[in-house]
Design a protein around this ligand. Sequence first.
Ligand code: GYE
Length: 311
Amino acid sequence: IGALLSSAAWAQGLEGKVVGFSQIGSESGWRAAETSVTKQQAEARGVDLKFADAQQKQENQIKAIRGFIAQGVDAILVAPVVATGWDEVLTEAKEANIPVILLDRGIEAPEDLYLTSVASDQVKEGRVAGEWLVGTVGDKPCNVVELQGTVGSSPAINRKQGFEEAIAGHANITIVRSQTGDFTRSKGKEVMEGFLKAEDGGKNICAVYAHNDDMAVGAIQAIKDAGLKPGSDILVVSIDAVPDIFSAMVAGEANATVELTPNMAGPAFDALDAYLNAGTVPPKFIITESKLYTPADNPQSEYDTRKGLGY
Ligand code: GYE
């Protein structure tokens, strides 16, 4: 009897399900890791993952989602590059009865247009970074330059807000310049070069706050090229906890990062499994942890463990 019932009535999991994944691109080390973890998670669960790389363009994401709907996929994962402009295409998915799960970035849209959103609390990430700086500089004057993420993306908006909240009321800490580096290493370096030139070759800068580690790594290079020491002449605080920021910590060139897990797909597939197989409606927001790491946290071993995790 077990054998008779096994494949039908007892079926569980996502084996054989077709899931479309509209990924933003590969702007950062964190993003590349998220992509590889998502592919690993799909394979381990027997999911047929249809992967589409949008090369940073929302219009490409909208096209990919429409393609998934036309194919009649069982579900859609989307990492939304910007926060607005999703209502129409998500309404189309809803009308086709295809559940949509948001990964790692939020959107401004009615909540009934997606099943759940798996992401960090990005305001908190900014706050954790800002609180670290407040605790580190004490009452010394500190001019901060900020490298923002992609314009209009939820992490750029929220990480800015959280950091500003943390330094509010500390008049000795001021953001003197703030510009987007689009979450990339090359733009982070280029924008930091401009900041250094504009601020007396960097002598006027106490800290750089980057919305991700890749931009921080670019900024570290620019600081070195300007003849200053990142990590001491200019403090470096960022978000993601990718392996390269831990090697920068080992070298004394980075001071703090806030961890973002690249495993958004695991909780997303768990929620989808429960929804499709048992009708369990997940919470609207599944929030991942935001832990601070500094050079006191054994950065060499953090580097080593992360190297195997899809990075
Ligand atoms: O921090 C950054 C990436 O959307 C939260 O996007 C994510 C961010 C991540 O490119 O490195």
